[in-house]
Write a protein that binds this ligand. Structure first.
Ligand code: C2O
Ligand code: CU
Ligand code: CU
Length: 494
C-alpha cells in the first residue's frame, strides 16, 4: 500500500529541515502523503475546515500591478527596478478573517509584474522571513544565476537581485518559491504571483487589453476552523477551497464584451478542466510560451499545475443580467466544481478582436539528440523520482549541448496507484510532438514549458532547442508536492 499512512523514515529525513513554518504540520504531513493527485483517495476522511463563504459572495480582486522603485534607460534599454520584501502578512481571504500568509511585498498572491519584451527588469528581494527562500520566474528565459536554482537561497535577512532580460515572446509567466524541499509549502502559503510580458508585436493584433486583460491565478487551499492555511504534503483531498487571485470562488462584474483572461494554474496538485456553464467558447489564444499560431475556440480548457492558458471570452453573447459560472469538470467534490462567476452587468464598447492568425510557430527542424526520462513514485524510498532517482543538487542528470535541438520522451510509469504527473523544463520553451502517440491540440499545440503526462505509462514527446544560456537548469514535475519530495532533476547546457 504505497500511499498509505505508513511513515517511511526517508520521508521524515528529507523533510526534517522543514519545520520552520508549520512546525508540526509539516512533519505530520510527512507521515501521510495519502492522495494521488487529482482524486480524493478512498477511505480518507476530510479534516474539518473553516466556514467558507457561499460561492460567489466575494468579489474578485486583481492583484496590484507592481510599481518599479526606479526606471532608467540603460544602454538604450528601458529598465525597471523593483525592491521587494518577502515577508509574513495577514490577508483577508475569507470574509472577516485574517489569515497568516507569506507574501511578496505584502500581497497575496504577489503583485503582478508587467514587463515589455525588449525592456529589462531587476527585482531585488529582501528575505524578511525566518526561513530560506528562492525566487524562480517560471517561463522566463534567464541566465542560470537568475533562474532561482534551489541551491541559490536567499538567507533570512539577506537580499538577492534577479535580472530578467525579457528577450522572449510576450507571454503569461508567474514567479514562485523554489526552495529545495520547501517550494510546495512556501508557494502554498502565498509565495507566487503573475508576471505578464507584453509584446509590442502583440499590441498590433487588437486583442482585449487594459482593464479587459485580467490575470486569474487559480488554486486550491485548505483552511482550519480559524481560517488559517493548513499545509500537509499530498493533501489534495483537504484542499477544498478554490481561490481565484486569493479570493474564494469569487464573482466578477463584467461588461458584455470580450475579455482576455490569463489563466494560471497555481495549485500544487490540482488539475482543472474549465467550462462556462451557460455554454459558449473559451477561445484559447495563448499558452505557456505566448500566443498560439491561431485561436482555438473550445468548450473546455484543461490544464495542470504550473501551466498557463490565455483565453478570450466574449460576454456580448449573453444578455445583461446573465450569470455565467466557470465550472471545473475535474472536481473531486461539490465544493471544487465551481471556480468563479462572471456577472454580465453592463454593456461597453468593444473594438478588440481575435484575429485569425496570431503568432507563427517555427519548426525546430531535425533533432540532434533524443532522450527518455521516466517519472514514478518509489515506494521503497517513499519519494517521487525521475529516472529512479531522488533530486540531488550535486548531480547532473543530463548533459545537453548548447544550441542542440532535442526530443525528450517523458514517461509516467505510475500505475498502482495511477498518479498523474507533468513535466516542466527551466530555461527553454518546447513544442509537444505527441502524447500517447496522438498529436496534441488546443493550447498544448503552442509553445510550452509545462505539459501534463497521464499515468499508466502515459508519455509525451517534446522538442526544444537549447540555445539560450549555458549552465545548470532544472526539469521537474510541477505538482509541487511531488517536486518537494524528490521529483526533480537537472540538466547542464554547455
Ligand atoms: Cu514553476 Cu521549477 O518551476
Ligand atoms: Cu519554472
Ligand atoms: Cu508528479
Amino acid at each position: 500500500m504505497p500511499f498509505g499512512e505508513s511513515n517511511p523514515p526517508s520521508r521524515r529525513a528529507v523533510l526534517k529541515g522543514a519545520g520552520v513554518l508549520g512546525g508540526a504540520a509539516v512533519l505530520s504531513a510527512a507521515a501521510g502523503p495519502a492522495a494521488r493527485a487529482g482524486a480524493a483517495p478512498a477511505g480518507r476522511r476530510r479534516a474539518p475546515g473553516a466556514p467558507v463563504p457561499e460561492p460567489f459572495s466575494v468579489p474578485l480582486t486583481v492583484p496590484p500591478v507592481a510599481k518599479p522603485a526606479r526606471e532608467r534607460v540603460v544602454d538604450g534599454v528601458r529598465t525597471a527596478y523593483y525592491d521587494w520584501k518577502i515577508r509574513e502578512a495577514e490577508a483577508e481571504i475569507l470574509p472577516g478573517v485574517k489569515t497568516k500568509v507569506l507574501t511578496y511585498d505584502g500581497a497575496f498572491p504577489g503583485p503582478t509584474i508587467k514587463a515589455r519584451t525588449g525592456g529589462a527588469v531587476y527585482v531585488t528581494h529582501t528575505n524578511a522571513l525566518s526561513t530560506d527562500t528562492v525566487v524562480h520566474l517560471h517561463g522566463g528565459i534567464v541566465a542560470p544565476e537568475d533562474d532561482g536554482h534551489p541551491h541559490d537561497v536567499i538567507k533570512p535577512g539577506a537580499s538577492r537581485t534577479y535580472f530578467y532580460p525579457n528577450k522572449q515572446r510576450g507571454s503569461t509567466m508567474w514567479y514562485h518559491d523554489h526552495t529545495h524541499h520547501m517550494e510546495a509549502e512556501l508557494a502554498f502559503r502565498g509565495l507566487a504571483g503573475a508576471y505578464v510580458l507584453e509584446d509590442p508585436a502583440e499590441a498590433a493584433l487588437g486583442l482585449p487589453s487594459g482593464e479587459y486583460d485580467v490575470p486569474l491565478l487559480i488554486r486550491d487551499a485548505r483552511f482550519d476552523e480559524k481560517g488559517q492555511l493548513v499545509f500537509e504534503m499530498m493533501d489534495i483531498a483537504n484542499r477544498q477551497t478554490l481561490l481565484v487571485n486569493g479570493r474564494p470562488q469569487p464573482y466578477m462584474r463584467v461588461a458584455a464584451r470580450k475579455y482576455r483572461f490569463r489563466l494560471i494554474n497555481g495549485s500544487n496538485l490540482r488539475y482543472f478542466t474549465l467550462r462556462l456553464d451557460k455554454g459558449g467558447d473559451l477561445i484559447q489564444i495563448g499558452s505557456d510560451g505566448g500566443l498560439l499560431p491561431a485561436p482555438v475556440p473550445e468548450a473546455t480548457v484543461a490544464f495542470s499545475p504550473g501551466e498557463r492558458v490565455d483565453v478570450v471570452v466574449d460576454f456580448s453573447k449573453y444578455p445583461v443580467g446573465t450569470q455565467v459560472v466557470l465550472v471545473n469538470d475535474q472536481a473531486d467534490s461539490e465544493t471544487t466544481k465551481q471556480v468563479m462567476r462572471f456577472d454580465v452587468s453592463h454593456t461597453a464598447p468593444d473594438r478588440s478582436r481575435v484575429p485569425a492568425e496570431l503568432a507563427p510557430a517555427p519548426s525546430l527542424g531535425k533533432p540532434d539528440a533524443e532522450r527518455e526520462v521516466t517519472m514514478s513514485y518509489d515506494p521503497e524510498q517513499g519519494m517521487f523520482v525521475m529516472d529512479g532517482k531522488v533530486y540531488d543538487p550535486a548531480r547532473v542528470d543530463q548533459e545537453v549541448e548548447f544550441g542542440a535541438t532535442e526530443t525528450w520522451k517523458v514517461v509516467n510509469k505510475d500505475a498502482a496507484p495511477p498518479v498523474p504527473h507533468n513535466v516542466h523544463l527551466h530555461g527553454v520553451h518546447f513544442q509537444v510532438l505527441e502524447r500517447d502517440g496522438q498529436p496534441v491540440s488546443g493550447h498544448e499545440a503552442g509553445w510550452k514549458d509545462t505539459v501534463s503526462i497521464p499515468p499508466n505509462g502515459g508519455h509525451v514527446t517534446l522538442k526544444a532547442r537549447f540555445d539560450h544560456h549555458r549552465g545548470l537548469y532544472l526539469y521537474h514535475c510541477h505538482l509541487l508536492d511531488h517536486a518537494s519530495m524528490g521529483m526533480m532533476a537537472q540538466m547542464k547546457i554547455g
